[in-house]
Each structure stands twice: as C-alpha cells, then as structure tokens.
Design a binder for this molecule. Structure first.
Ligand SMILES: Cc1cc2nc3c(=O)[nH]c(=O)nc-3n(C[C@H](O)[C@H](O)[C@H](O)COP(=O)(O)O)c2cc1C
Length: 306
C-alpha cells in the first residue's frame, strides 16, 4: 500500500504497470474491492466529502431518484453481515445502502399538485436504477481518492423483505446495492479484467472467434482450475441436466475429464451462480417489487372520472 492507503500493484503483472497522466487515472486503473477493513473509523468530514461527491453525480433529468442509508450502528452492520454471510460487512465502519427513491419525488409532486406515475413506469425505473449505481460508483471513486477502500454487496437482494422492515422504507424506496466503506487493513488485490480490445467494439459489434474468446478468458482467469471431486461433479451434472438435458451434461463431464479440472466457466455457472437456481424466484421478485410499491409490470390504468 502506498502512503495514501491506495491499493498497491500487488497482483498486477509487470507489463500492466503503467505511468498515468495524473492521480485520477491511477486511481481508476488501480482500484480494487476491499474486504479487509482496519479499526480506523472514518472522519465525519471525510465521509461528508465522499457523500457530497456522490450527490453531484449525473442523473436522468437531474431528478436524483435515489437515497442513501448511512449505516454506522454496529448492531445493524452486524445484522447485515450475518444476513449476507460476509463478515467484513460488520468490520467496515460505514455501510451505505443505495436505494432507488421515487417516494420523495411522489411527495413533492403531491405537494406541488403535479401528476405522478413514475412508480408504474419501467422507463422511470430503468433510469433510476442507473442513477443510483452511478452515484454509488462516484462515491467509490471519491473514497478511493481519499485513501479509503470499499466493496459492493449484491447479496442484499436475497433479503429484500427483511431490508424493507429493517430500514423502514416507505413505498417507492427500493434497495439496489450495499457498499462497505472503511480504511483498508491490507492492500486489496488488483484483479485482471477483460481488456479494451475485448470489451470495446469499433463502430459495430464484432464477434470474437472461439479461440480468441477462450484465450481472453484464460488470460483473465489464469488460476481458476477447480479440482475435481465427486460432490462437485455430481452438482455440475445435476445443473446441466436441469438446464440443458442429459446430452449436454455428458459433454460437460467429458470436457472436465479431458481437462482434468473444472474450468472457470463451469465453476461460475455450474457451481457458483448455478444456472439451475439463478432463474428461480423471478416471480417472487416481481411480487416483492409490488410490495415495494412498483407496478410497472402490470397494465397501468389511469384514474378515470366517474
Ligand atoms: C453489483 C455488485 C455486487 C457485488 N456483490 C459482492 C458481494 O456480495 N460480495 C463480495 O465480496 N463482492 C461483491 N462484489 C465485488 C465483486 O466481487 C468485485 O467487484 C469483482 O470480483 C471484481 O473485483 P474488483 O472490484 O477488485 O475489481 C460486487 C460487485 C458488484 C459490482
């Protein structure tokens, strides 16, 4: 870690160490998620500066349809840590819960006698989701710039019901992501990414050949070769059978035996974000959205005078 508490080059290949034109470019290129937080609390003025940078973010129509719940209370942080099964949530001195917030704009419209239907509109939802994330990411960058570390927690989406009660959300407020914030205890590992040549398409979408595609992912995940165990094999077989049927399942198992390991893609979608489980609960999520006051998936019926 350097003297500003920023991530070091730890984990970055020599050929990727670059000179940057300024500090902002270095911070953006060397950022990394932090999951080990020191006991040092965040100075109130530092936190204020970080939050100020967040609320200055771009936002559709300059509406700012989001709120941030600042969680410093140790019990609440611990509860979130237990809920999500991620200890460092409790170790981070500040958790920020980023939420879409149409409630505030609905109230404003009511007071000002303006028509309002944003909670029934997918378009509004879509933009507000982007607004919320853009604000969150600017906060991450501001935190990096002031020598802090952060990590997003997406697992909160498994606990939408509990979170609504825990933070006393009115209808129209919907949690998007949690951010743990604090000073890093150890230097976070800077991870490899797919490069510009893979991610950026010049003028139109360009398909990679199978071999180019395989090699860019191999470069990104050079160390993911998961050991074969009976339990893992049985699980992958089960996932493949459910999602693509028996013939595919055989192909997958053959590939594992040929390689002598479970590859990164098989690990991601067969063992981690399991392809059989991920689509489950879609209907429940829609119901939860309704409970939160969002109705964009139902036919909208405008009020009609008798
Ligand atoms: C939407 C979102 C959700 C995430 N959820 C989690 C999480 O629940 N737990 C965790 O440890 N990291 C989480 N992360 C962090 C990612 O694992 C991390 O960004 C990724 O592995 C790349 O590493 P890097 O941020 O160090 O570049 C999340 C990141 C994003 C953007």
């Amino acid at each position: 870690m350097d003297n500003k508490g920023m991530p070091s080059h730890h984990g970055v290949k020599e050929d990727r160490i670059k000179q940057y034109p300024n500090e902002t470019m270095r911070i953006l290129n060397e950022r990394a998620s932090c999951r080990q937080f020191s006991d040092r609390s965040i100075e109130p003025e530092t936190l204020e500066q970080i939050l100020e940078a967040g609320v200055h973010s771009p936002t559709g129509g300059n509406l700012q349809p989001y709120s941030i719940i600042k969680i410093e209370n140790a019990e609440k942080r611990q509860k979130l840590a237990d809920m999500c099964g991620q200890k460092f949530i409790g170790d981070a001195p500040v958790n920020l819960l980023f939420c879409i917030d149409w409630h505030r704009l609905r109230r404003w419209s009511e007071i000002e006698k303006a028509p309002f239907s944003a909670m029934c509109s997918f378009r509004h939802f879509w933009i507000s989701f982007q607004d919320t994330i853009i604000c969150a990411q600017n906060i991450c960058t501001a935190a990096d710039a002031l020598g802090l570390g952060s990590v997003y927690i997406g697992t909160i989406m498994e606990f939408f019901k509990e979170i609504k009660d825990m933070f006393r959300f009115p209808k129209g407020v919907f949690p998007v992501v949690l951010l743990c914030l604090g000073y890093a205890k150890t230097s976070p590992f800077v991870r490899r990414k797919l490069g510009v040549r893979t991610v950026v398409h010049s003028e139109e979408y360009h398909e990679l050949s199978d071999s180019d595609l395989t090699s860019v992912f191999n470069e990104k995940y050079p160390n993911i070769r998961i050991e074969i165990t009976d339990k893992r094999l049985a699980r992958i077989e089960e996932v493949c059978n459910i999602v693509h049927g028996h013939a595919f399942s055989k192909e997958c198992l053959n590939r594992i035996q040929e390689n002598g390991y479970i590859n990164a893609a098989q690990r991601y979608f067969g063992l981690h974000y399991c392809a059989d489980v991920m689509p489950e609960g879609n209907d429940d999520f829609l119901k939860i959205m309704e409970e939160y006051g969002f109705h964009w998936f139902k036919k909208y019926r405008p009020h009609k005078e008798e």
